[in-house]
Design a binder for this molecule. Sequence first.
Ligand code: NDP
Length: 442
Amino acid sequence: MSESLTSRLSGFHKLSMVERHEKLSQMLGLDEMDLAQLQGISALQPGLANKMIENAVGTFSLPLGLGLNLQINGRDYLVPMAVEEPSVVAAVSFASKIVREAGGFTAEADEPIMLGQVQLTRYGDPTEATKRIVAAKEAILALANSFHPSMVKRGGGCKDIEVRVLPAPEGPRGEPLLVLHLIIDTQEAMGANLINTMAEGVAPLLEQLTGGKVFLRILSNLADRRLARATCRIPVELLADFDMPGESIAEGIYQASRFALADPYRAATHNKGIMNGIDSAAIAAGQDWRAIEAGAHAFACRDGQYRPLSTWHVDDGHLVGRIELPMALGMVGGPIKIHPGVQVAMKILRVESAREMSMVFAAVGLAQNFAAVRALGSVGIQKGHMAMHARCVAVTAGARGDWVEKIAELLVTAGHVKVEKAREIIESLSESDFRAATGTDG
Ligand code: NDP
């Protein structure tokens, strides 16, 4: 593995896919199998798919792009991103290019601490039940860890417990909820399965201790002890664009941040943009992206109002961005060591731990958000977005090969990015151009 790898691949977007593969081979030592995987030739085989889920009838592909220019804590990362939406990969790469000029992202992540929940009912007096559970803490920890001794050997496992008494949702006369939290260090795993095993495993002991009845035993996806954070600090003059001074762009970004802080309707879209980047990276890396989504949105509501996961302000001539969100990722488990596409993505991503990956994903989310609020707070996103969207429109209208780009450009120039306009353009071509454009050349 080359430590000196750069993610600043100037002109990468102009290369053909074959040339991009050559470049990746040179940089990362990808072999023929890896490249075949990227080309979809040896992608997930139906036999393996059939072992991964139920009722499998095939496999499903998405475009895989590379987020470029990311520099995090002084190290460069190429980020594989699996996504169907145009602009996402370009936005991360563009934003990261500006941030790297300003010294790159700084990121950090917490230890991999997750929570398992056990719901107790019919336990009698909540204070007495809590006292009994707390008094039996060592026995509970030992029992939980007995289901995963290898986790303890790795330095992880169940480290602590917490008892929570929650008001009954149906009103003052209902039994308060008594919930045991198992506080578990999952090391390099996301942890869902191992947490669930421990939570189920300790349930009989809790019933015995309290005389109560356990119902649910499962992890919490609000992984708020496992947060990742990224920041960037960009000199305002680096933001100048669209014939606007950097100060104006920074002001627009700050206003976008204020809007999202004050208004959940805006915050939802602000956070969707962040998750565009994080989900794409998570899918490529075989992560449980639904868990990441659930954690992110629950965390966004932690003070009772849905808030943005990232904020921006101007400080001493610099635009300062910060993101913080739960990031339950794994280097092992689920499809990570099974899915051949994930194996190639991991070779490209070159992270050595789930914590390192969390930092990268947090920075990807902040980069994505930066690109969005920069455009939204100035000229709007449609200009850039439509240029990308135009290619899909051209393909939908029947354009193929080099003509996709040509028709897309004509659509953007016409200021009318619609399928009927693309068809109109294609139909107005000479007979030979029409055949070339629609791939009906024979
Ligand atoms: P797995 O159970 O698939 O894998 C984790 C196991 O990997 C560990 O239990 C451990 O087993 C082994 N392992 C090997 N090396 C390490 C290491 N260095 N650190 C930690 N573990 C190691 O996955 P998870 O428990 O992580 O669960 C994730 C899966 O659960 C995902 O596929 C997810 O979709 C799914 N899931 C998610 C839910 C959710 O609500 N988010 C709910 C239910 C399932 P050993 O100790 O035996 O070696």
